[in-house]
Design a protein around this ligand. Structure first.
Ligand code: SF4
Ligand code: SF4
Length: 105
């Protein structure tokens, strides 16, 4: 499993479910909390992570994708997304990416 959804932080907005290319995320009820179905089918595209405005989704950077067990989350800063990496040794790395500059090649 690549992601985890914190039910206490989830507002039930449904944005994550609307963008998951595998339709793996569902709401428990309209307006209810999001949960991931068939987590083994998640291929870690991070689309849900980028859409969540409440920081309810965490992404596990495991060895299968070359990670070291760090947890990645995203904070919405309006014009930018702040990517937060919490490493296993307790250190935190924050990278802010402007929305209008992301995906610009
Ligand atoms: S990381 Fe991608 S595939 Fe996995 S649950 Fe989120 S949107 Fe779906
Ligand atoms: S985008 Fe975040 S707050 Fe909205 S339903 Fe998904 S996990 Fe919950």
């Amino acid at each position: 499993m690549s992601i985890r959804i914190d039910p206490d932080a989830c507002t039930g907005c449904g944005l994550c479910a609307s963008v998951c290319p595998g339709s793996l995320i569902t709401l428990e009820a309209p307006g209810g909390r999001a949960c991931i179905r068939r987590p083994g089918d998640c291929w870690g595209c991070a689309s849900c992570l980028k859409e969540c405005r409440s920081g309810a989704i965490s992404y596990f950077l495991g060895a299968d994708i070359g990670g070291d067990g760090a947890i990645m989350s995203v904070r919405d800063e309006g014009r930018a997304l702040e990517w937060i990496f919490r490493r296993r040794d307790g250190t935190v790395l924050r990278i802010s990416v402007r929305r209008d500059e992301s995906n610009a090649y």
